[in-house]
Ligand binder design. Structure first.
Ligand code: IMP
Length: 201
């Protein structure tokens, strides 16, 4: 018997880690295409000063120029004792050309001696289906460790310790991270919505 093709949706990202997380969550429901799958190699500007604003810029860029229904995410790490920084600037915290290691190093330096290490990851997802735009969010509470732990995941994963597990995201399996993470929570809302809207058409 021929297997039924899954509905397809574009995830407006070039981040292979984010793509893998989303593909694992959507497995069996949707086929998630990346920007390179639709031959989009643009460096999409992220110039808004909110996570929702940046997610909308990315999704509207892909829908407007390539015509595909799509979703985009923007994520920020919000640290209480730093007044909410790095927040929407999490990707560029140590400077425009910086990498994850430099960002984490600066974060740990700026938090030296701080006892209140409470933080949260927040993901905002913007979905464009035809002419409609929808937003989904997810967050996870935790603390910032005093040094990096583990090698899995990406970005700030070695220094973020979610409340639920007490070990850094980078010490957890991909499935365990997805079960409680900011992006996992936002993605499950998105998938539920997509399933209800594809079933009702
Ligand atoms: P953006 O959503 O790609 O703009 O991500 C903002 C910053 O947060 C980047 O430095 C990412 O590496 C980091 N980031 C996004 N999602 C995660 C995550 O799930 N774990 C750790 N860092 C993340």
């Amino acid at each position: 018997m021929m297997e039924k093709a899954l509905p397809k949706i574009v995830f407006a990202t070039n981040n292979s880690h984010k793509l893998e997380e989303a593909q694992a969550l959507a497995a069996g429901y949707f086929e998630i295409l990346s920007l390179s799958d639709i031959d989009c190699h643009d460096d999409i500007p992220e110039t808004a000063d909110t996570l929702v604003g940046n997610a909308l810029i990315k999704a509207r860029w892909v829908k407007g120029r390539y015509g595909y229904d799509c979703f985009a995410d923007d994520t920020g790490l919000i640290v209480d004792c730093l007044g909410g920084a790095p927040g929407v600037y999490s990707a560029r915290y140590a400077g425009p050309q910086c990498d994850a290691k430099a960002n984490m190093k600066l974060l740990l330096k700026n938090m030296e001696g701080m006892t209140d290490r409470k933080a949260r990851f927040v993901t905002e997802i913007a979905l464009i289906l035809g002419r409609e735009e929808h937003l989904f969010s997810g967050s996870v509470e935790g603390t910032i460790a005093t040094e990096p732990h583990g090698t899995a995941g990406f970005g700030y994963d070695p220094v973020f310790v979610p409340e639920e597990t007490g070990v850094a995201f980078a010490e957890m399996s991909a499935d365990d991270k997805n079960a409680i993470s900011h992006r996992g929570r936002a993605m499950r809302k998105l998938i539920r919505f997509l399933l209800s809207s594809t079933n009702s058409h």
